[in-house]
Design a protein around this ligand. Structure first.
Ligand code: G5P
Length: 224
């Protein structure tokens, strides 16, 4: 790749950010950086930021901006040689401005998925915490119900996917997302994709990135 490529992917909980990010990383050779994974790693490691973050996640709330930027921005500084896709950050205008001070973005992908679709998806989501593998009992179920395909470990449902936390997360998302999408729209880098199915959105994102990352080697891509 001749020029480093920097993108963010935004969308409400369950919109498919993680699923689409994996496909982008695989097809276009970008590093996939997930803010949710960084938070969960810090919670597991019981870092100061992780302990603070846990209290918010349990209530289905966003982690405060100063905690998130302290977690995220140093990780980006380690990535100066790589093209990357940042999944789940920024969530707020303050985070978008902090990111803007740290680097120039090429593309902001915005997933616009109906509320009922989101609720239905997250109700069926189970994860394997040590690896971060995500299953959906309808869309991509494990081979054996409740068991991780690779390790055979039991799967769990995340605390913030439980019904009470979920409704709070979806409600809060709407309030804080609009200033962020407006910010990227004003910069001319916002691309919004609306549908109920990831498999229908993916070809459009792939087409967009093919035009935005024209110099990447064709053998680094894979079929969708
Ligand atoms: P996360 O980990 O960033 P969320 O809540 O934004 O969490 P989440 O829930 O991981 O995002 P996603 O990545 O958008 O959702 O979606 P996904 O995991 O790919 O797909 C959701 C489910 O739907 C999966 O089971 C998938 O298999 C299935 N699915 C995908 N596509 C389809 C489809 O087409 N059809 C069907 N049927 N199913 C499909 O952040 C976690 C928490 O950390 C904190 C917050 O508290 C957050 O809630 N946090 C931050 N706080 C403040 N600022 C930040 N920047 C923060 N980042 C994280």
């Amino acid at each position: 790749m001749s020029k480093l490529f920097r993108a963010v992917i935004m969308g409400p909980p369950g919109s498919g950010k993680g699923t689409i990010s994996e496909r982008i990383a695989h097809s276009f050779g970008l590093k996939h950086l997930s803010s949710g994974d960084f938070v969960r790693e810090n919670i597991a490691a019981k870092t100061e930021a992780g302990v603070q973050a846990k209290t918010y996640i349990k209530k289905g709330l966003l982690v405060p901006d100063h905690v998130m930027t302290r977690l995220l921005l140093p990780r980006l500084e380690e990535m100066t040689k790589y093209s990357w896709l940042l999944d789940g950050f920024p969530r707020t205008l303050a985070q978008a401005k902090a990111l803007n001070s740290a680097c120039d973005l090429d593309v902001a992908i915005n997933l616009n998925i109906p509320l009922e679709t989101l609720k239905e998806r997250l109700r069926h989501r189970w994860i394997h915490p040590p690896s971060g593998r995500v299953y959906n009992m309808c869309f991509n179920p494990p081979r054996v119900q409740g068991i991780d395909d690779i390790t055979g470990d039991p799967l769990i449902q995340q605390e913030d996917d439980r019904p009470e936390a979920l409704v709070a997360r979806l409600r809060h998302y709407k309030d804080v997302a609009k200033p962020v999408t407006d910010f990227y729209k004003a910069k001319g880098i916002l691309y919004t994709f609306s549908d109920t199915e990831t498999d229908r959105i993916w070809p459009n994102i792939s087409t967009l990135l093919n035009t935005k990352i024209p110099t990447i080697q064709s053998d680094a891509r894979c079929a969708s």
